[in-house]
Design a protein around this ligand. Sequence first.
Ligand SMILES: [Zn+2]
Length: 377
Amino acid sequence: MKNNIINLAQDLIRRPSISPADQGCQQVIADRLQQLGFTLEWLPFGDTLNLWAKHGSGHPVIAFAGHTDVVPVGDETQWTYPPFEARIVDNMLYGRGAADMKGSLSALVVAAEEFVKANPNHVGTIALLITSDEEAAAKDGTVKVVETLMARGEPIHYCVVGEPSSGKVLGDVIKNGRRGSITGDLYIEGVQGHVAYPHLAENPVHTALNFLTELTTYQWDNGNEFFLPTSLQIANIKAGTGSNNVIPGELYVQFNLRYCTSVTDDIIKNKVAEMLAKHQLKHRISWNLSGKPFLAGNGQLVKAAVQAVENVTKFTPRLDTSGGTSDGRFIALMGAEIVEFGPLNATIHKVNECVNVDDLGKCGEVYYQILEYLLKS
Ligand SMILES: [Zn+2]
C-alpha cells in the first residue's frame, strides 16, 4: 500500500495546483476509481472542480474528504528542493501539498481502492468528496457539494477528513470536532467635531470604552468535555481622521469568537446586542458566521478511528477540537459524524513542506481499517 500511496502523492505534488486550480489532480484520481467500479460525478462550481465518487449502495455512507489545491509556495529560492518536484530525501517527501494534503489524500484514495478490491461486496457506500477550493475562498468547494447532496436528500453518515491532525508523532491527535467561528463588524456612531469644542461632538471611542471592556472580559462559558472555553478577540479597531484636532465620528471594531458547543451563534448575537443596549451605544452591526461548532463526541466513527490508530501506530490518540476551521464544518451540516486524521502538521503552509513516507503508509492503513470496522460484511 505504501509505495502505491507515495507514487500517487508524487504525481499530485508535481501538478502545481495553487488554490483553486486542480491541474488534473482529480482526473488522475477519478480514472483510478472508475476502473474499480466507482461511479463518478463532477460538480464544478465557478473556477472550482469537485469530484463526488461512490462505490456500493445504501447505509451507511462513509465519505473520505480531501482537497487537491495547495497554498502558494512563497519565495521559491527559500526551498531546499523545488516545491513541485516531489523529491524524497532521507525518507521525507518534500513539496507543496506533501502534508496538506496531497499525501493523505493519496492515502485515502489508495485505502478506498484496496478495500474495494478486497471486499467488492462490502455493505454500505464508500464515497470520496474531493475539492480544489479548500485553502482559498472555500466558497465553491465542499460547501456547494454539500448543498447539492442535501437538496437531493443524499446522506453522509460518517466522514473522515484527511487533514494533517498529528502534532509530534503520527497518531497522537485525532480531531473529533471543531469550534465554531463567528465575526462581528461593529460601527459605534458618534458625532464628529473639533477637539476644542467637545460639547458639540460625541466621541465614540470614549462612549465605547466600558462596552469594549465588558465585551472582552465576559466569560461566555467554561468549555466542556471536548472543547476549550469560548474566546473572543478584537481583530481590528479603527477611528479617527489622522488629524489631532478632530473628534472621530465613528469607531469600527471587528471581533471574532471561536466558540464551543456550550453556546450558539444566536446566544452570542443576543448577548452582544444586550451589552450594546445596556451601554446605550448608537451602532450598526453585521455578523459573519464562518462555521458552527461540530462534535463527533465518542460515536462509532471516533471509536473506529481510535482503534485503527492504536493498531497501526501503537499510540492512543488524544481527541481534540482545537485549531482552525476545515471543510468538516460544511459536512457537519449534513449531520455526519466527522473525524480528522492525517500526518504531522509541523510544516504545513511553510517553506520546505514535507511528510514522512512511512507515516503516509500508516495513514493509508488507518483509513483502511476504519473502512473495515464500519463496512465489512
Ligand atoms: Zn488542508
